[in-house]
Design a protein around this ligand. Sequence first.
Ligand SMILES: NC(=O)C1=CN([C@@H]2O[C@H](COP(=O)(O)OP(=O)(O)OC[C@H]3O[C@@H](n4cnc5c(N)ncnc54)[C@H](O)[C@@H]3O)[C@@H](O)[C@H]2O)[C@H](O)CC1
Ligand SMILES: [K+]
Length: 513
Amino acid sequence: MKLYSTKQIYKADQISIKKEEIVSNELMERAALQLFNWIHLRMQGAPVKIHLFCGIGNNGGDGIALARHLLDHGYNIAVYVVNYSEKRSKDFLINLDRLKDRKVWPNFMDSDDELPEINKDDIIVDGIFGIGLNRTPDTWVTKVIQHLNASQAFILSIDIPSGLFAERGTEDLNSVIRSNFVLSFQTPKLAFFLPESGRFIEQWEVLDIGLDPDYLMKTETDYELIGKNEVLMLYRPREKYAHKGTYGHSLIIGGSYGKIGAVCLTAKAALKVGSGLVTAFVPKIGYTILQTALPEIMVLTDSENEVLTSMQFELVPNVIGIGIGMGTSEKTITAFTKFLSSNKQPLVIDADALNIISNNKGLLEQIPEESILTPHPKELERLIGKWEDDFEKLAKVKKFSKKYKCIVVIKGAHTIVIKNEKGYVNTTGNPGMATAGSGDVLTGVITGLKAQGYTPLHAAIFGVYLHGKAGDIAVEKTGFQSLIASDLIENLGASFLDLFKIPEQPIVKQDNQ
Ligand SMILES: NC(=O)C1=CN([C@@H]2O[C@H](COP(=O)(O)OP(=O)(O)OC[C@H]3O[C@@H](n4cnc5c(N)ncnc54)[C@H](O)[C@@H]3O)[C@@H](O)[C@H]2O)[C@H](O)CC1
Ligand SMILES: [K+]
């Protein structure tokens, strides 16, 4: 699913209005009707108090128009206008008049007004600010927002939580509505998926307000949301006459004394996603461990017992996953530096390999084109430096990806894969996956996919999705706390199978049964 920017959404509005020869408040009416239908379907006329807080722009207009529909259907409503500016939008005013025609006069709230009482069993509709927010709300508006947040009532936000910037960092976290549910028009907003802003949203859904499909289809976006539909298009079926050579050879280089387990996880994950062959290259101490833990893989060892000191081998793998549990001893740094200077194979670079590179940025010139880097937040910071907010982080990673012609996997609740100017936002995964070894498994998954012939970008996008899905399937059985990295590996198969599961249809009972 494409994530359109606010600029693109405003443009789509204009094009739709022109093409369909409609007036702009017609779009607002569509938005309001969609909001109403969504609420009505769930509430079925229940007499719960609904407080609608509306701004003076089009987000507020949506709220005012929704109030009219709720009123017409007998809902118990209270309407407030958070009067933060005199510049009321045209369509807000049209809808305000329509409400007044029904003898409803909203409460106009100004800076020194008392805040209304809200019961925790009431519902709040939040239409104060939408995507037009261009500066931090004034102090008194922030107080209104805090009052709503403190009420414990269910908050339904129109388009975006008020106070949240769709495309830049939020300075005052107190000035943002904490939404239980966001009904977002036409496209979810990028902010919903980033660590700093995503915390304000519990759930979201997109409402289609029929913006020009032609424009939406041909418009390229900077970000895409990756779900099942998107990865199904990447999936490469197994061929009947294939043999293990068809699906490539993954080489996993890593491990040190006490960290051989990490290599076990990576190597096993590479196998489990279908890499035809897997070889691990580890310090001598890892030999028995790996041969015992994973009879399916081959093991090569360094001349040293506890750390890697030379990364030389005869075999020609299709891809190398490197850095897992490797440590950063002097000898390993020298070996890795030497390895990079002669290596020609595609790389998936993780953990200590990233740390070594961070300490000697010149090494970035030596990584092959389209290498995949899989940093967690701290590793990323070492690599690209500090950032002001999540949006700046994305901009910095894009620049980095372009400069070094590599793919960066920004690990997090919504892992984002970046290649050049484009980002792919993952939708699978859960907090249970914040556990030791989870990243090692991901490196194995991506390496194993690359070995089979997926392009580096597809291996990264698909790998991140499968890894998260395995976590979602596993957590059903383990709960968040007990999920461990091995559970992710055990559920990679189920993760593949889930791709082809047809969603269960509700059983319709016939009258005569
Ligand atoms: N295609 C669609 O998705 C449609 C969306 N609709 C809704 O329209 C809003 C966007 O409306 P807009 O009028 O552009 O902006 P806002 O309502 O978000 O903001 C109001 C207004 O206030 C000014 N402003 C911005 N920040 C501040 C501030 N901190 N303090 C005071 N004033 C501020 C600014 O000038 C804004 O214009 C979208 O989210 C949807 O809800 C349409 O209804 C249908 C089509
Ligand atoms: K809003």
